[in-house]
Design a protein around this ligand. Structure first.
Ligand code: BES
Ligand code: MN
Length: 460
């Protein structure tokens, strides 16, 4: 193991340069104008895998391609089956807008101290590249990997992974494995490495309210027709009450209550409301009453308006009644809610609330089920040992509020759990302007990956 760790340390400056090369691709999956950049990022990844000695290929899907790479298979005939792990990540990134809030351009990586700034730096390019580098270290130092690895790096995670389930089904024989390892979650700080054992699910939809067949003069017609922007605001305002409860009949029916034990565990995670409030820049925190901030953001369901559009947004004023108004909504879900059922409840409720003066249409977006596994399995315990060795600190168990929709498909199609070993820090600005990745987290992540494989292989 020592030569592997030494190799990682000695090559860190080059690893950082290569990560910068990767970050220069604006692989924004949500925007069709970036289609060729998305493809170019995938191609770069295939080349990179090949250059370190893996068998890599680009697998087309109905959407963006999936990059698949295998470590060289060394099994001699008749020998015991070698443990096999799939490492999952995503090369697509969130849109970088609003650009003017970035201190340096989002796709021109900038290093400041031990921080590397770029869109996708922590979510997720830096995190999965840490695993690639660990494998490179094994191969280049001729250290035997105690298991086989297959990397599956997709290009549609940030838009709901719609084509990945079909890919997993079509390739399930090749992907049959003992567990999926994913670094695409967070840690509270570098002194608290963590295994995440629960994520929230998601139900995304777009609501559109339309009125007149065109924008109207608000003086000539105002007072005689409903205003779609107002109607939409009134509709949305009825969906959540002042105590942070979601006002949709049946919404909480399937919610699994937090056990006393879990609430105790969650209260152990380092957190301070006053510091948190300042860090986020809000005048006061807001959340569902009777739950702590940690519970609110990881183990309770929510409704957020992600975007709201209507009328004139340009310079100066324009006196109109807009023809339509629309909102992008996401619900974060917890066990045992399902995106399908929540979508139905929301659609039914909105239709009931909608006044006859406007028309309502709802377009289904993407969805993902919530995820919860036991952190006591032998594999989870092995992962905790690797975290402790790599970070030199006692690891903690986390529930987190974000979503990785494909996790339940891994479970359904490959019948395996995921080990979520994140490297993102709370101030990494994922999905926000000035996203960054800590180079210390990068270095520790590479060590963690190197130390993980012997630990995991030992219990398979
Ligand atoms: N890495 C995140 C998910 C995440 C973030 C998990 C923080 C735990 C803590 C992932 O890339 C992501 O952002 N997922 C989207 C999924 C959505 C677009 C379907 C999310 O959670 O918004
Ligand atoms: Mn993300």
């Amino acid at each position: 193991m020592q030569p592997v760790l030494t190799y990682l340390q000695e090559n860190e400056p080059r690893f950082v340069r290569e990560l910068c090369d990767y970050l220069r691709f604006p692989s924004v999956s949500a925007q069709s104008s970036h289609r060729t950049d998305v493809e170019a990022a995938a191609r770069w990844l295939v080349d990179h895998f090949q250059s370190i000695g893996l068998h890599a290929r680009l697998c087309p899907t109905k959407g963006n391609p999936v990059v698949v790479a295998q470590t060289p298979r060394t099994q001699s005939a008749g020998a015991r089956r070698r443990p096999h792990f799939v490492v999952y990540g995503h090369y697509d990134v969130q849109p970088a807008e609003p650009f003017d809030l970035w201190k340096s351009p989002p796709f021109e990586p900038r290093i400041d101290g031990r921080s590397l700034f770029a869109r996708g730096a922590c979510d997720n390019k830096g995190q999965h590249i840490a695993h690639l580098n660990a494998v490179e270290a094994y191969l280049k130092t001729n250290t035997e990997l105690p298991c086989d690895l297959t990397f599956v790096i997709e290009g549609e995670e940030e838009v709901g992974s719609e084509n990945l389930a079909a890919f997993l089904k079509a390739n399930h024989a090749e992907l049959r494995c003992d567990a999926v390892v994913i670094s695409d979650t967070g840690i509270p700080d570098l002194n608290h490495p963590a295994l995440t054992y629960a994520l929230r699910g998601i139900c995304a939809l777009e609501v559109k309210v339309s009125g007149p067949s065109r924008d109207l003069h608000s003086g000539i017609y105002g007072g005689s027709v409903d205003n779609p922007a107002m109607a939409l605001c009134q509709l949305l305002a009825r969906l959540r009450d002042k105590n942070g409860r979601i006002n949709i009949p049946g919404f909480y029916n399937d919610v699994l209550a937090l056990s006393k034990y879990e609430r105790k565990q969650l209260s152990r995670i380092p957190h301070n409301d006053a510091v948190y409030r300042k860090f986020l820049g809000v005048p006061r925190l807001f959340g569902e009453r009777s739950y702590t901030t940690m519970e609110q953001r990881t183990a309770r369901p929510t409704l957020e308006i992600n975007g709201l559009t209507s009328g004139y947004q340009g310079e100066g004023s324009k006196t109109i009644i807009p023809a339509w108004a629309s909102a992008k909504l996401t619900f974060r879900l917890v066990p045992n809610q399902t995106p399908q059922r929540i979508h139905k409840l929301v659609a039914r409720h909105l239709k009931r609330l909608c006044p006859p003066t406007v028309r309502l249409t709802i377009e289904g977006g993407h969805g993902g089920e919530p995820y919860l596994v036991s952190p006591t399995s032998p594999l989870a315990q092995s992962a905790l040992r690797a975290l402790k060795a790599a970070f030199g600190r006692e690891p903690i168990l986390l529930r987190e509020g974000g979503s990785i929709p494909i996790l339940t498909d891994f479970k359904r199609i490959l019948a395996v759990d995921a080990l979520l070993l994140g490297l993102a820090l709370p101030d990494d600005n994922a999905h926000s302007p000035n996203e960054k990745f800590s180079l210390d987290a990068f270095a520790k992540g590479m060590r963690m990956s190197a130390m993980l494989w012997p630990e995991l292989a030992a219990v398979c």
